[in-house]
Design a protein around this ligand. Structure first.
Ligand code: SAM
Ligand code: SF4
Length: 324
């Protein structure tokens, strides 16, 4: 499936819930946001129908996200069942990992192709400050468990000026003895993220270069996204940077998003979405669904405008309601 700019769309991020067990300051207001009604959230069989229509249109990579995906009961059996849908190349999940311990067996059983674990600090105090909960130990254990279980593990760290920019090298060192990817992400000016100061990847790389003189670009492509990877002598894993703001990679954008309430969202920054839940609940056939999706994808905006203060149709939701 192609959009109106000729970009091939083969990757979908599926948000299975808007609820979360943490309250990361840049993602969700402290007291949360009004949750969706349960009846407004897509049932797993409805998500599967959309996924099947998408695979028929050439989407073959899916990322399961939230809110926090592991707070939704049954998500891991759902992932296992999704593998049987159409021609799927990979199913991955992004999680804060607090519940990984609780679902170890099911995680091993559901056939995840990789897991992204969000972690912004190695200080227990700072972790509690940014997420509202004292759960750092569980996240570190989860990283260890996933790596030891040979699940491809990517640790994602959003760098915030004055909060964790002094920890860049320490966080990178998680990839020293573990065969994992540690990726630094620029804070995007969306929702609560607009209240924090971002650090550019150029700055992050120069901190890393100063400390690790042997850092070198690694041209191999790992995964479905726009991360650039680096290797450091003596490190088992890799370091990645995702220039979500400073490097506009919209020309090669291959993704769409499905929100928990059943809208196909076409670009992170714009409130441009198409309702898929209503047609599904009105009995649309698979073919009808495919037509709706194809038409919607044609409305995908050309690129983000994070550098502009005022833009039309700006996304008003927080990242927890979109899934990242
Ligand atoms: N709860 C899961 C988690 O934390 O991985 C999945 C959803 S969360 C919205 C997905 C990712 O979005 C997390 O890695 C989070 O750090 C990131 N994120 C949230 N707000 C962001 C922002 N304004 N800019 C960049 N990344 C953001
Ligand atoms: Fe929850 Fe993930 Fe947002 Fe943190 S980043 S509040 S864990 S959805």
């Amino acid at each position: 499936m192609q959009d109106s700019f000729g970009r091939k769309i083969d990757y979908m991020r599926i948000s299975v819930t808007d609820r979360c067990n943490l309250r990361c300051k840049y993602c969700m207001p402290e007291y949360g946001v009004k949750s969706l009604e349960h009846s407004d959230i897509l049932r797993f069989e409805e998500i599967s129908k959309i996924a099947l229509a998408c695979t028929n249109l050439g989407v073959n990579k899916f990322k399961i996200t939230g809110g926090e995906p592991l707070v939704r009961k049954g998500v891991l059996p759902f992932i296992k069942s999704l593998h049987k849908t159409g021609q799927i190349q990979s199913i991955t999940m992004t999680t804060n990992a607090v519940l990984v311990e609780q679902y170890r067996e099911e995680i091993l059983d559901c056939g995840l192709d990789s897991i992204n674990i969000s972690l912004d600090t190695l200080s227990a105090g700072k972790y509690e400050k940014i997420t509202g909960k004292n759960e750092l130990a569980k996240v570190l254990n989860a990283i260890e468990f996933c790596e030891k279980s040979d699940i491809c593990t990517k640790v994602n760290c959003v760098v915030i000026k004055g909060f964790n920019d002094d920890e860049i090298c320490n966080i990178a060192q998680l990839a020293k003895d573990k065969n994992i990817y540690v990726r630094f992400i620029e804070m995007m000016p969306l929702g609560m993220g607009q209240q924090s100061q971002w650090v550019s990847n150029q700055q992050i790389l120069s901190v890393l270069e100063n400390r690790f003189k042997t850092i070198q670009i690694d041209d191999k492509i790992y995964g479905n996204g726009p991360a650039k990877y680096y290797k450091i002598q003596g490190f088992k894993g890799r370091i990645g940077v995702i220039s979500a703001v400073s490097g506009c990679f919209c020309d090669s954008c291959n993704r769409v998003r499905l929100t928990a309430d059943g809208f196909l969202k076409l670009c992170l920054q714009y409130d441009v979405r198409t309702d898929l839940k209503t047609p599904i609940r009105n009995g649309a056939t698979g073919q009808e669904l495919e037509e709706i999706i194809k038409k919607a994808v044609y409305k995908k905006p050309q690129k983000h405008s994070f550098s502009k203060d005022i833009i039309k149709n700006k996304e008003g939701k927080n990242m927890s309601q979109i899934g990242g």
